[in-house]
Structure formats: structure tokens, C-alpha cells
Design a protein around this ligand. Structure first.
Ligand SMILES: Cc1cc2nc3c(=O)[nH]c(=O)nc-3n(C[C@H](O)[C@H](O)[C@H](O)COP(=O)(O)OP(=O)(O)OC[C@H]3O[C@@H](n4cnc5c(N)ncnc54)[C@H](O)[C@@H]3O)c2cc1C
Ligand SMILES: Cc1cc2nc3c(=O)[nH]c(=O)nc-3n(C[C@H](O)[C@H](O)[C@H](O)COP(=O)(O)O)c2cc1C
Length: 594
């Protein structure tokens, strides 16, 4: 007698049941168990739909929060939401800017993906949430089961500080850690995918093990495009024009890429990710220093290819040095790598690359696989979209400043900017993707005024903003601040601004050429000169945008804005800071700084 004949089901019914169960996620099996129990207890067959809509016991939802400036954290959050959805687990997906920290007291499962900026600071839109969670009056989180994913860049001193801050704070507030925190560098994709899988499976297993419960509705997950970071589009370089005049100290290129047949769409405020390659000169110098011919195996590919295409051989980080020192066993490096010497270490790293380390602390006979095992993956670089699809269909324009400098007696090349400037020809195809940035957007109201501050390559998105407004016939007034070193050589896109001024699209343009006189004049000085008018525009609902250098410019412009609000709004500095913060909360003060 076969075992199946002992069951009260026919062979056909068993086969169909097995087929159904094999297609279900653990949480669905759990729900089905509850549903069948309900029928067994006298419930009506056919009420499954109703049970799903009006759950008696809800499957616990997972709150997924992200704190982002340029969208990476949001991307990881979306991936986690999709993975949980595949397990039929409901999610609440939100930017922390739109989530009250008070609600943390009632969250169960919580995943936070946080990026770090500045000197270990939150992104602009995450400041309120961060302060609320870190503050004395933060909600207790006794019911929370949390996992934190930190995004950062290990070349910064405060690597992934925000993730670490939240992780320890959630625990201190009574939460239970579901997974150890992950601190991720710029090449975060693989670790993010692993974290998403591990976390979603862990939650699904817990949910399945809990009481049977019906499945409730899921929140919408944004659809992904065909081409993205993992599958970049080979865009043809169709134009490259040096924007600076002869004698300039700057080297900024106007780049045009064709997006024909890609189906890719971008919006002013977005960036384009470009996957680049290291220069042969740098690769060969490193191979030479190591005594390699280039054909040796590194990671399944010849070391010359690996160093050119896969690994970051120019920037250093404490983690890279730590790994390298496992081979070098250098007393100097060991000393520098002590936790209390962090700022000395960062000073040492500044201006040095991998070649400096392998020559200063040589390891005889080091295998290519061991060296590349110490290195980060080569990350794509982002460039602000400098054109509107409404003006240039199936194209994207970029404004790229070539990075070249000399340090420790070596000529250095910025990887991607010089790849675009020197190492690709018109007609070549470059792997690219669109990196959306919903935190840098034109006003929804076409009649709203805009003030744009974009010195240097920071001008790029405002070219896109203005093209877009021109194409739409948007009525709002537009005021542009631009700055660079010299008017004669560095006035990027000058003719275009003149045309916009003539047509009335630009109501006003103020320029600051820092080196055209004895004393330095920057955009913030021009803002001060027009302080009363600038404040009046803000009072009339103007949006204030800043793009470009994060190091000095963005801070100076911010402080100037606070100062203008204080003086012309008759406020104390504290009140002016709060006023500016409110502009930020209302998305009327947006920054894209790098
Ligand atoms: C959202 C966003 C938008 C951006 N938009 C633009 C844009 O529109 N246009 C644009 O040009 N860039 C833009 N950038 C910056 C861009 O992504 C790259 O960072 C930049 O082009 C440099 O990349 P690279 O690969 O050429 O240089 P890298 O190889 O990354 O080298 C740059 C690094 O070199 C080091 N360095 C530079 N100068 C010196 C020096 N004098 N001494 C010692 N060390 C030094 C610094 O550590 C610096 O970070 C943007 C960045 C972001 C995040
Ligand atoms: C201007 C600027 C400052 C940054 N400062 C830090 C920092 O202090 N520490 C860190 O770990 N990462 C820092 N980063 C790296 C970002 O955190 C990292 O690129 C992250 O992936 C961005 O995520 P997001 O797209 O979600 O904002 C900085 C990046 C930029 C552009």
C-alpha cells in the first residue's frame, strides 16, 4: 500500500496541493495554514479574498526607512521592499524626511538604510529625523527589531558614521538587533544584495514561524528600468567641447552622450553614472612597481585588465591600508592604523595612491590576487544632467571638470573625468545609467520663482532646469548666480545665459570671478550684495538651489543665506537658521553638492 493511500486526498489532489505549496513563500504557507484552519472550524470556502482584504491577524509589516542625498540608500531600500514583497510581506517604505521619528515607538520590524555626508553628518533631508532619534526625547523602541545598513565612502574620516550612530541608538532605545550592522563602501552593490537577501529571508522565516495570518496589501514598488547601474547602457559619446579659453587654470568639458534606443529617461536634477577605466599609464606604473608583466592572473583575469577595469588603484582608505599591512607588516603603518591616530592616518592618505604604498612599503613576491584582494572595486562617478529631454531628445549633456594634480612628486589623474577628457573618442560607447535624485527637482509650480547658485561645474543642473522651463513656457522668474576664476576664460556656457537673459527666461544673472581683481569675490558675496532682493524673492515663495563644491562653497552659501534671512527678516541667528531649515523641509531649499 502506498503512503498516499493513507491520506484522505486523491493522488491528483495531492499533486495539485504539492504544486501550489511549492510556489508559495513561507509567509503564504503560514497564511494558507490559517485559512484552512478557519475552514476546518466552520468558515466558508471561497472567503480567501475577503480574508486577505480584512485580516483578522495582520502579517507584521516591515518599516523600511532611507536617508539619502543622491539616491543610493533609496535604491537599496527599494530592493529590500521588492525582496520582502516576493515573500508576501507588507512594507512601509519611506524617506526619513517624510517619517515622524515619534512613530518609531510603534514599529516592529525596522530596516534603516543611511548614507553619511560632510564631517559624518546626515544628508540635508535627514537632519530632523537624525536629531529627533539622537535627542533626549526620542521614542522608546521596545517593540522594534531593527537592521541598519550604512552607506559611505571609506576615504572619508567619518566612514559610515550615520549607520553606526543609528545602530547603537536603536539598541539604546530598547530595540533588538536583527542583523549586525553593515558598513558599505562606494562599491556597495554586492554587499547590499547580500544584506537584502539575508534580511528578507530572516524576516520571512520569523513571520512564517509566527501565528498563521492572512496576507495584507502591499505598498507599490517602483518599476525598474531596463538599463540601470547593474546593467548600464552603452551611450555613444557624440560631442566633447572644452569650455575654458586659452590660459585658463581650469579644464571643463561639455560632453554629449546619445541615449538613442536606450529607453532611458532623465529629469533635471538627476545625475548620470559613468562606468570608467583607469589610465594605462597608472596601471603600467603600478605593474612596473610590482614587477609584473600584466599577464599574471589576478582574479580570473590578467592583472593588467583587473587593474584597469575592476579595481580602484588610485584612492586609499584605512581599510585598504589595513588589508595591505597584513602582508607588509610595517611598523610605520601599524602605528598609523591605531584608532587614536585616525586624523594622522587621513593626512597621510591624502594625495597618495596605491603605487605610493607599494613602493613605500614593498612586499616582496606579493601575488596579484593578494594585492587586488586589498583594493576597493572601481566605482562609477556621477555627473549632473546638464540638459533637458524637452530640448535635446534622446541625449544627455554633462559638464565635467577634469581632475589633474601633482602630489608627493607624482602627476595624478582623476579616474573618470580624465577618462572622459582623454581616453575616449567621439563615437566610442561608454557604460552609463541614470541616477535619479528626487531631492533636487524643479518646483512643481511653473510660476514659482527660482534662485540658482551654481559656481564651476555646479552650473550643470541649472542649464537643464532653464532648458526645461523654456520648453514648458514656465512663467516663474529665474535668477542665476555663477562663479569661477576668470571671466575671459571660465564663463561656462556664457552665450547660452546671454540668450536666456535676452529672451527674459533669466530675469537676472550675477557672476563672481574670483581672480579678476585683487581680492577674492565668490558667489556668496554677490548674494550679499543683493540681500534685500534675495530675501524678498524668498518671501514671495522662491525656491533656492545650490550645486557644486561641498568643501567650501556650499557651507559659505548656506551661512550667507542664514545671514540674509536674519538681517532682512529681522530675526536672531537661531530663528533664521530655523527659517532656513523650514525652507529645506518644504523642499524650497535644495542642494546637490559634491
Ligand atoms: C551627485 C553628484 C553630481 C556630480 N556632478 C558633477 C558634475 O556635474 N561635474 C563634475 O565635474 N563633477 C561632478 N561630480 C563629481 C564627480 O562625480 C567626480 O567625483 C569627479 O569628476 C572626480 O572624479 P574622478 O574619477 O575624475 O576623480 P577621482 O579619481 O575620484 O579623484 C578625485 C579625488 O582626488 C583627490 N584630489 C583631488 N585633487 C587633489 C589635490 N589637489 N590633492 C590631493 N588630492 C586631490 C580627492 O581625494 C578627490 O576626491 C558629481 C558628484 C556627485 C556625487
Ligand atoms: C559631498 C559628500 C560628502 C560625503 N561625506 C561622507 C562622509 O563623511 N563619510 C562617509 O562615509 N561617506 C561620505 N560620502 C559618501 C556617501 O555617503 C556615499 O556616496 C553614499 O553612497 C551616498 O548615498 P546616497 O546616494 O543615499 O546619498 C560623501 C559623499 C559626498 C558626495
Amino acid at each position: 500500500m502506498s503512503s498516499s493511500s493513507l491520506l484522505p486526498l486523491s493522488a491528483d489532489q495531492i499533486a495539485r496541493l504539492e504544486q501550489l505549496v511549492s510556489e508559495l513563500a513561507p509567509s503564504q504557507v503560514a497564511w494558507l495554514g490559517g485559512y484552512l484552519t478557519g475552514i476546518g472550524a466552520g468558515g466558508a470556502v471561497g472567503s480567501a479574498q475577503q480574508a486577505a482584504i480584512a485580516p483578522a491577524v495582520a502579517v507584521p509589516s516591515v518599516t523600511i526607512l532611507y536617508m539619502t542625498q543622491t539616491g543610493n540608500a533609496e535604491g537599496v531600500a527599494n530592493d529590500l521592499a521588492a525582496a520582502l514583497k516576493a515573500h508576501s510581506i507588507p512594507v512601509v517604505l519611506s524617506d526619513v524626511a517624510e517619517f515622524s521619528a515619534k512613530k518609531l515607538k510603534s514599529v516592529g520590524y525596522l530596516a534603516l538604510i543611511a548614507s553619511t555626508y560632510g564631517e559624518g553628518e546626515p544628508p540635508d533631508t535627514g537632519e530632523d529625523f537624525y536629531n529627533a532619534v539622537m535627542g533626549d526625547r526620542a521614542a522608546k523602541m521596545a517593540d522594534a527589531k531593527f537592521a541598519v545598513f550604512g552607506l559611505g565612502d571609506s576615504t572619508y574620516e567619518f566612514f559610515c558614521k550615520l549607520g553606526a550612530d543609528f545602530d547603537s541608538r536603536f539598541e539604546a532605545l530598547g530595540g533588538t538587533r536583527l542583523l549586525d550592522r553593515v558598513d558599505c563602501d562606494v562599491d556597495y552593490d554586492d554587499q547590499a544584495a547580500e544584506w537584502v537577501t539575508t534580511l528578507s529571508e530572516k524576516i520571512a522565516a520569523e513571520v512564517a514561524a509566527a501565528a498563521p495570518a492572512p496576507v495584507s496589501a502591499l505598498s507599490a514598488i517602483p518599476a525598474s528600468t531596463q538599463y540601470d547601474k547593474k546593467n548600464p547602457f552603452p551611450a555613444e559619446l557624440s560631442e566633447r567641447i572644452l569650455l575654458n579659453g586659452r590660459g585658463s587654470h581650469k579644464e571643463v568639458y561639455h560632453i554629449e552622450l546619445s541615449l538613442e534606443d536606450s529607453g532611458l529617461s532623465h529629469t533635471p536634477g538627476d545625475s548620470i553614472g559613468v562606468v570608467s577605466q583607469n589610465s594605462n599609464v597608472v596601471v603600467e606604473a603600478l605593474q612596473g612597481a610590482m614587477g609584473w608583466s600584466g599577464t599574471e592572473d589576478a582574479d580570473g583575469s590578467p592583472v593588467s585588465d583587473a587593474l584597469k577595469l575592476t579595481y580602484d588603484i588610485t584612492s586609499l582608505s584605512p581599510q585598504v591600508l589595513e588589508k595591505y599591512n597584513a602582508f607588509a607588516q610595517s611598523d610605520t603603518l601599524t602605528d598609523l592604523l591605531q584608532a587614536e591616530k585616525r586624523s594622522e592616518l587621513m593626512d597621510y592618505i591624502y594625495g597618495r595612491e596605491v603605487i605610493d604604498i607599494v613602493t613605500e612599503f614593498p612586499v616582496s613576491g606579493l601575488a596579484p590576487a593578494d594585492l587586488v584582494g586589498c583594493l576597493r572595486k572601481l566605482a562609477p562617478r556621477l555627473f549632473s544632467v546638464a540638459s533637458s529631454l524637452k530640448a535635446y531628445e534622446e541625449e544627455v549633456h554633462l559638464t565635467v571638470g577634469a581632475v589633474r594634480y601633482c602630489s608627493h612628486s607624482r602627476e595624478r589623474l582623476g579616474v573618470c573625468s580624465t577618462f572622459l577628457a582623454d581616453r575616449v573618442d567621439i563615437g566610442d560607447r561608454l557604460p552609463t545609467y541614470v541616477h535619479a535624485n528626487k531631492n533636487f527637482r524643479l518646483p512643481a509650480d511653473p510660476s514659482a520663482k527660482m534662485i540658482m547658485v551654481g559656481p564651476g561645474t555646479g552650473i550643470a543642473p541649472f542649464r537643464a532646469f532653464l532648458q526645461d522651463r523654456e520648453a514648458d513656457g514656465a512663467a516663474g522668474d529665474n535668477w542665476l548666480f555663477f562663479g569661477d576664476q576668470h571671466a575671459t576664460t571660465d564663463f561656462l556656457y556664457q552665450l547660452e545665459w546671454q540668450r536666456f537673459l535676452k529672451s527674459g527666461l533669466l530675469s537676472q544673472m550675477d557672476v563672481a570671478f574670483s581672480r579678476d581683481q585683487d581680492h577674492k569675490i565668490y558667489v556668496q558675496h554677490r548674494m550679499q550684495e543683493h540681500a534685500a532682493q534675495l530675501y524678498a524673492w524668498l518671501q514671495e515663495g522662491a525656491y533656492f538651489y545650490v550645486c557644486g563644491d561641498e568643501g567650501n562653497m556650499a557651507h559659505d552659501v548656506h551661512n550667507t543665506l542664514v545671514d540674509i534671512v536674519a538681517k532682512h527678516g529681522g530675526m536672531a541667528v537661531d530663528a533664521a537658521e530655523e527659517h532656513v531649515k523650514n525652507l529645506q523641509r518644504d523642499k524650497r531649499y535644495q542642494r546637490d553638492v559634491y
